[in-house]
Design a protein around this ligand. Structure first.
Ligand code: MG
Length: 383
């Protein structure tokens, strides 16, 4: 499939922060994807919480498997639309690199700890990982990724941080949050693929954990319709296979919906190139009906899974671990690895150090520094 005119073309990239010679056989976005896969932060994703803590069960999604699912969905949508698959994959694989241990609980706790010091945003942290924190190259910090990949990684950003970014890098990745324009279509696609992926896999993980039932998920009209369709075709089917088949059909319907709705939007707007697509309103989207369905699915998961007393219980413990780690390193920076302990920006160094931790390393460090075991790495929910 040739690239559409509105796709990001690696031959016309806005470039890297530090100039490098082109690779003989790979495009610039393929190279970015490869750099991300080889990074330390990428390997840590396997031990980071998506919804369920990493040790709660071997079959739950982690940040790594989530990122792979986002990349898969992203590529499936990118190809028929003529978008750049390599760029989509690079953004998808990197989009959660800045996540703290323990999922959103960890991020909220770290943001609170950092309130007086510029706060903590996981999207901005993902950018910090690829721009500054990875140490792999002799001539620069970070992975020196292309503008287009960095643009996609910075999914959200507060105005205050956008102003800061714009001062460091005029016309760079912070700019669109001040101009209120869109990122590339590839970046828009990753945002949507992220939502499609977690809505579907959180149903699967939720049912697997026993915290929600298949019957309960059928309150969601979109899911129920594919469940009913599956039952009509396979009356004897039940349990996990019914769950998987209904989820599979729901995923396919969402993928095809995005492709159709986006094709229609692109035909109406006819963006001449990637920059014209950035200047247009969001073109990569669900149909209005599917957008509402996806919203009700998300609401269901909030009410029944993310706010489930058992999930809330671990959330509470995770926040305490992060808070107490933060206090411990603030008073004793020498307890961190030497390159973090030596940094002049000591508070940010503590945040970077904690954000980079896997769930189990954070739990172990917390026990070592406080003598209290809050998160028991032996406990398991479901199978
Ligand atoms: Mg994600």
């Amino acid at each position: 499939m040739p690239l559409a005119p509105y796709a990001c073309d690696p031959a016309r990239t806005r470039g890297r922060r530090f100039d490098e010679p082109a690779a003989p056989t790979r495009t610039e976005f393929q190279r970015d994807r490869d750099r991300i896969v080889h990074s330390t932060a990428f390997r840590r994703l396997v031990y980071k919480t998506q919804v369920f803590l990493n040790h709660e069960g071997d079959l739950f999604r982690t940040r790594l498997t989530h990122s792979l699912e986002v990349a898969q969905l992203g590529r499936s949508i990118a190809r028929p639309l003529g978008l750049n698959e390599d760029l989509v994959e690079a953004i998808a694989l990197a989009h959660d690199l800045g996540h703290t241990p323990f999922g959103h609980a960890g991020q909220d706790a770290l943001d609170e700890c950092m309130r007086e010091h510029g706060g903590f945003e996981h999207n901005l942290q993902s950018l910090r990982v690829v721009d500054a924190l990875e140490e792999r190259y002799p001539r620069f910090d970070g992975l020196n990724l292309c503008f287009e990949t960095r643009e996609g990684i910075l999914k959200h950003c507060s105005r205050a941080n956008a102003v800061r970014l714009e001062a460091q890098e005029p016309g760079g990745v912070g700019r669109r949050f001040l101009d209120r324009t869109q990122p590339s279509l590839e970046a828009q696609l990753c945002n949507l693929a992220d939502e499609v992926a977690y809505n579907a896999h959180d149903i699967d993980d939720g049912v697997r954990s026993g915290l929600i039932t298949l019957q309960q998920v059928r309150e969601v009209p979109l899911f129920d319709c594919f469940c009913a369709e599956t039952e009509a075709e396979f009356p004897a089917l039940g349990g996990r296979r019914l769950l998987y088949e209904a989820t599979r059909r729901m995923l396919s319907a969402q993928v095809y919906d995005v492709i159709d709705a986006t094709r229609a939007a692109l035909e109406a707007a006819r963006p001449a190139d990637a920059d014209a697509a950035r200047a247009a309103p969001p073109l990569l989207k669900f149909s209005e009906g599917m957008r509402q369905h996806s919203g009700s699915l998300k609401t269901f998961l909030f009410r029944n899974l993310y706010r489930h007393p058992q999930v809330q219980g671990t959330t509470h413990q995770a926040r305490r671990v992060v808070r107490e780690l933060f206090d411990a390193y603030r008073t004793q920076p020498s307890q961190m690895q030497p390159d973090f302990a030596a940094r002049a920006d000591s508070v940010r160094a503590v945040a970077d150090y904690i954000a980079g931790m896997t769930d189990r390393f954070a739990a172990r460090e917390h026990e070592r520094l406080t003598g209290t075991r809050i998160i028991d790495s032996g406990s398991r929910i479901g199978s």
